[in-house]
Ligand binder design. Structure first.
Ligand code: F6R
Length: 365
């Protein structure tokens, strides 16, 4: 049932504050504001490495997770798309654990990667939505994302719920490894707990602007997304969402890679969507934006209030989100890129919930 929404995808985008509340209630102990005692099968304190593998949007959640595990838990992360991971013969010590991220829990390549790691004798964790799935069944530890059923082929709420679980796990790992203090944990948990409220505010405020912008965007054939730090996987996710449902060609790049190739493409026919909250990478990303502007590129600037004030570059549009802690930026900045893809596809009249050639669950290689 789509309720009063035109598509499941729209419904699922708007369900995110509620879905994330469910996720948080599983991972946070609200009595003391810490990450709660969930499945402890994987002892992060003794790990030397973490391997993460997944496909598509779930893979991009994993890339974001890598930044968190490395920063908060100082735990080295190896990550690859499952279709490569399964055949790479990745050398992993017995002191590693492996995490597999999958909404459906049935993705063939992800399952094959899991079985490879199992045969190597590693502890296996599954970040899944469907708890009765094969990937969940074959894992030692299950970390449910609790997003509720996701019907739209393009993943939205499962992505932000996966991010929420990965952030929680990284904080937990940081405490177990002694790289986060109790006070730091509480501060991070307080930021996670803010998410549902901030998300509702963002979803209610940016809709009209995004619809107008989507009308513009639907006229282009190519779009480039740029981001740095955890905004890099969000840039890739933005590009994936747009190409999947609107069929506009889109690429996500690390902002610093611009001058190593994609800058050759910049002209007035390829809008550049720059995802840049005012964080420790902001100045660097703005200098990449300057390079785009200097070559006549059109910029769609997705930033926060502080970032909007700090840059005077002319843009095609500036989408201003609330200033939030770095730990929750990926979830909050997912909202405008999801809505932009959605409304662009609606303008173009594509089948948003059932895009051509795509399946919700990919059980063949
Ligand atoms: C993108 C999308 C796909 C899936 C991918 C993995 O919007 O939905 O890229 O993320 O096929 O699927 P799961 O998470 O079920 O393993």
């Amino acid at each position: 049932d789509k309720g009063n929404h035109r598509h499941f995808m729209e419904k699922e985008i708007h369900e995110q504050p509620e879905a994330i509340s469910h996720t948080l209630s599983h991972y946070i102990d609200f009595t003391d504001g810490t990450i709660g005692a969930f499945d402890d099968t994987i002892d992060f304190s003794k790990l030397t490495n973490l391997a993460i593998s997944a496909c598509g949007t779930a893979y991009l959640a994993g890339v974001t997770g890598k930044y968190w595990f490395e920063r908060y838990a100082r735990l080295p992360v190896e990550i690859d798309v499952a279709s490569e991971f399964r055949y790479r013969e990745v050398p992993l010590p017995k002191t590693a654990a492996a995490l597999f991220i999958s909404q459906s829990g049935e993705t063939a390549d992800t399952l094959a990667s899991l079985r490879y790691c199992k045969a190597e004798g590693l502890k296996i964790g599954a970040v899944v939505n469907v708890r009765e799935s094969t990937i969940a069944r074959e894992s030692d530890a299950i970390f449910p994302i609790l997003a509720g059923p996701e019907i739209g082929v393009a993943s939205t709420k499962a992505f932000t719920c996966q991010l929420t679980v990965l952030a929680s796990l990284a904080i937990r790992a940081g405490r177990q490894r002694g790289t986060l203090t109790a006070a730091e944990e509480k501060e991070l948990v307080a930021h996670l707990a803010e998410m549902p409220r901030v998300m509702s505010r963002v979803l209610n405020s940016i809709q009209p602007q995004i619809e107008g912008l989507a009308r513009e965007l639907s006229k282009f054939k190519d779009v480039l997304y740029l981001g740095r730090g955890t905004s890099y996987p969000i840039a890739m996710e933005g590009a994936l969402k747009l190409k999947e449902i609107s069929y506009i060609h889109a690429e996500g790049y690390a902002a610093g890679e611009l001058k190593h190739g994609p800058i050759a493409l910049i002209d007035e026919n390829m809008p550049v969507i720059v995802i840049a909250p005012h964080d420790r990478f902001f100045e660097k990303t703005v200098s990449n934006m300057q390079e785009v502007a200097a070559r006549g590129g059109r910029i769609i600037f997705v930033t926060d209030a502080k970032g909007a004030k700090a840059s005077e570059l002319p843009t095609m549009a500036t989408i201003v989100l609330p200033e939030v802690d770095e730990a929750i930026q990926p979830m909050i900045f997912s909202l405008p890129i999801q809505l932009l893809a959605y409304h662009t596809a609606v303008f173009m009249g594509t089948d948003v919930d059932q895009p051509r050639n795509l399946a919700k669950s990919v059980t063949v290689e």
